[in-house]
Design a protein around this ligand. Sequence first.
Ligand SMILES: Cc1ncc(COP(=O)(O)O)c(C=O)c1O
Length: 464
Amino acid sequence: MAKKKEKKRSWAEPFKIKVVEPIKMTTREHREKAMKQAGYNTFLLKSEDVYIDLLTDSGTNAMSDRQWAGMMLGDEAYAGSKNFYYLESNVKKYYGMPYFVPMHQGRAAEHIISKILIKPGDYVAGNMYFTTTKLHQELAGATFVDVIIKEAHKPSNTHKFKGNIDIQKLEDLINKVGAKKLAYISMAGPVNMAGGQPFSMENLKAVRKLAKKYGVKMWFDATRVMENAYFIKVREKGYENKSLQVILKEMCSYFDGLWVSAKKDLMVNIGGIFATRSKKVFDAARNMVVVYEGLHTYGGLAGRDMEAMARGMEEMVSFDNIKARVGQVEYLGNRLKEFGIPFVKPIGGHAIFLDAKAFLPHIPQDEFPAQTLAAEIYIDSGVRTMERGIVSAGRNKKTGEHNYPKLELVRITLPRRVYTQAHIDVTAESVAEVFENRKKIKGLKMVYEPAYLRFFQGRFERLK
Ligand SMILES: Cc1ncc(COP(=O)(O)O)c(C=O)c1O
């Protein structure tokens, strides 16, 4: 029998626009001045000087009408808000964790888990690193060791699961430092700094097996877990017929606990989650949260924020929603491909990561090619992106030298449910314009460097 021909259908958003926010178009002259004033750091630009804001997908998402309606139902009691109990029941339902403490955002949870589990002199193993996560682990006295597979460090390598952990590397580390010195395995999915690359369920299960063998705890940065769950569904055999909700539950079942920056998957403007299956860790976190965040039933959030989070969680597991999200990122990647722009492959879940080393090969890494490229794209079109390279990687704790990451990237991040296909076209056209004129671009020198997370507040000047 002849195979039935599939209908061609483009991806499209499962929502329509009800409210709009005007954005400002500016001249090149205005943007040159604004970028100089901001010390060539896109984090220091005023938002009103930005046309299309692709700095981050963190807290910049459009909430649904159902989430906005929920904001009116905020129970702003100091203790025992009903929104907290609703959120707690959804954390159990979707992430499968029995114990939950709300946090004002992801890094608050990173701070608290690092303080609870790490003793000075310990190690933490992770699949690449994330800036705030690693800093909290180091501030608590740990040395972070990257055990991601080697393919993750190569922008053009098309491995389907570049977020996987190298099991041999992990076992070698355990044998070298001793299981007791490994505070926990810190696994993120997808891996932001690798280009939004997922890990596979098969790899996760192998990590779990090894962790069990040595009695090592596993903690999950589940900040963008829905994108990882989506990639498992569409790329991993055996998962194609499982719902995202089922895949999410299975992923979480292999971990001792997790944290989430709710500003991503949950499509809210603020919020974080700390959740675990350990009563002991929960008791410690619940006690610590009152010192750093607020009472354990609000953790630095208003009742209305917790309501929006609980409702966002129900929306995040929708296949159509995540398909359209990843579809938009793919659309941008495919447009850039048409122009021959170098970026990290395969296309990740939340962003396109331009390969600044390949884009600006004449700029050495200590003249900050990715920082430079982000500044040039802004000057060209008012599109704001972010550096994810040597500036983000900071300095070596012992030697004080720059860390030189293999990946020198500019992240073009898509907020959820915010921009249209035409905005994406303008972005691709602007990157192409900068690419055409790339040989004329000069690097930067750093003129101000804060002690921590220098990419947020560091300042630069153009080299002559
Ligand atoms: C993977 C990952 N983990 C943790 C965080 C920290 O979360 P927050 O910004 O809510 O403090 C982020 C934020 O961008 C992130 O992308």
